[in-house]
Design a protein around this ligand. Sequence first.
Ligand SMILES: C[S@@+](CC[C@H](N)C(=O)[O-])C[C@H]1O[C@@H](n2cnc3c(N)ncnc32)[C@H](O)[C@@H]1O
Length: 267
Amino acid sequence: MWDPHQYALFSGHRGRPFADLLGRVDAPSPGLVVDLGCGDGPLTLGLADRWPQARVVGIDSSPQMLARARELDTDGRVEWVLARAEGWDPATLGGPMDVLTTNATLQWVPEHLDLIPRWVGALAPGGWFAMQVPSNFGAPSHVLMREVAARHARAADLAPGLARADAVAEPAAYLGALAGLGLEVDVWETTYQQVLDPVGAQRSPVLEWVRGTGLRPVLEVLTDETELKAFVDDYVSVLDRAYPRQSFGVAFPFSRIFAVGHAPTDT
Ligand SMILES: C[S@@+](CC[C@H](N)C(=O)[O-])C[C@H]1O[C@@H](n2cnc3c(N)ncnc32)[C@H](O)[C@@H]1O
């Protein structure tokens, strides 16, 4: 279950990598643009703004996120489709894609490297595949989440849902996968030195960040208030040490991998 309002709390920080990703997509006037794992919609609507003539399709497995996206899409500009990436068949689009973006989603799709050939195979000649995934699964926010879960009374129930350290591949694996499919490829990794909550409005801004993403599987298990409080108290105390508040806010470095592939025009 995704909560679009919690996710949107840090929309500025979460939107920046998408802009950086799209900065490397040089498609002047694509006919069909698809956003796989479109979430609550603002970034997909940005694609519609960038390419006003394009047919834009947003695909996501969360009914809650898509409901929010439909609310935001007051002009009905985007086709919103409920589907899981694993089972989604690009042939249902009725034509080849000129641009396929997938931002901050494939870390939830363990077999995504195996699915990339199917998606790339559905690109039009000269089409673009652009993906971004977080690469922070070894960061304190995730390591501490796993440690706190392991010492919690419900440890056995929490373990299966936690993000694995190998949720995404190394940048070189994305380069190899896309180049091996004949694309011209641009892969890079960036660490954003994010500053959260500069005004000091949140008790633990890192907790609020992960509540919208990586902590969701924990929240789904810990529906009992006492069990949840035990987890949150323990987690916040270790987060405080890992991410201390400073005069300017809470520094929360965040690494991300980007991969952009351009299909040849003469296929
Ligand atoms: C972190 S959000 C990213 C949303 C949007 N792309 C953005 O950058 O703001 C991850 C999204 O992936 C979706 N998602 C997770 N697993 C998925 C799957 N297997 N298939 C399709 N969408 C999935 C979630 O529902 C959620 O909306």
